[in-house]
Design a protein around this ligand. Structure first.
Ligand code: ATP
Length: 234
């Protein structure tokens, strides 16, 4: 479904992604695991068309994505960015509706809203509250909900557990499994290797802009190097 082929991305002279390749099949959850500064956000933003690779290709359903164009979102590639970027002075409901701004199917939008409220009942309770007044975990749920309102073919999630309590992290990860089982393909980036690998069909380990290892979530959870470097197990 998604194929990233040998992309290089620079910020001026900083070489942030060095020949990165990866692939995601329809229906999968795929993770990109890496430490601070490894290049996870850069990779997500490049796939979402916000950054343009110097070379290499990104193919989505056999078409090359047009970088720096809103057409990427129209193709169904929807990014939930790191640190959420919600509209603090709009209500929960207004934020959700903004996620659907490219859509015209009113009845389906209403159904999707109900689906999101079933997924995250707390959002229904807080429907009329300003997004800025939500807790960190609730904001992450709202960001996820807003992403879903765009009817993604693939949902890109940049560090969904960043800054969340263990309880909220658990809730967000179980909602990802549910969303995936309901048919949405997911590519996520995470520092929380343990949680991400547990739910992933496949994962890539990113270190200073390079993919150094890939495998199934299970394989990587059992890999001794990964256990020492990312899971704190000796
Ligand atoms: P984090 O979890 O801290 O966001 P990350 O894995 O997402 O880390 P990136 O944000 O993609 O990493 O950063 C990759 C590299 O590119 C880092 O060395 C970072 O300092 C650099 N970088 C990121 N954004 C910019 C920018 N706008 N200008 C210059 N360098 C940048």
């Amino acid at each position: 479904m998604l194929e990233v082929r040998d992309i290089n991305v620079y910020y001026g002279k900083i070489h942030a992604l060095k020949g990165v390749s990866l692939s995601v099949k329809r229906g999968e959850i795929v993770s990109i695991v890496g430490a601070n500064g490894a290049g996870k956000s850069t990779l997500m933003m490049t796939i979402a068309g916000i950054l343009k690779p110097k070379n290499g290709k990104i193919m989505f359903e056999n078409k090359e994505i047009p970088p720096l164009s809103h057409k990427v979102a129209e193709m169904g590639i929807i990014l939930v960015p790191e640190r959420r970027r919600l509209f603090a002075n709009l209500t929960v409901k207004e934020n959700l509706l903004l996620g659907a701004f490219l859509r015209k199917d009113k009845e389906e939008i209403r159904r999707d809203m109900e689906y999101i409220y079933t997924l995250f009942p707390i959002l229904k309770q807080r429907e009329r509250q300003f997004a800025g007044t939500l807790s960190g975990g609730e904001q992450q749920m709202l960001a996820l909900g807003r992403g879903l309102m765009a009817k993604p073919r693939i949902l890109l999630l940049d560090e969904p557990s960043l800054g969340l309590s263990p309880l909220f992290t658990k809730e967000v990860f179980s909602s990802l499994v549910k969303i995936n089982m309901d048919g949405v393909t997911i590519l996520l980036s995470e520092q929380n290797a343990n949680k991400a690998l547990q739910i992933s069909h496949k994962a890539y380990i990113l270190e200073t802009g390079r993919v150094v290892l890939s495998g199934t979530g299970m394989e990587l959870l059992e890999n001794q190097k990964i256990r020492e470097a990312y899971l704190g197990v000796k």
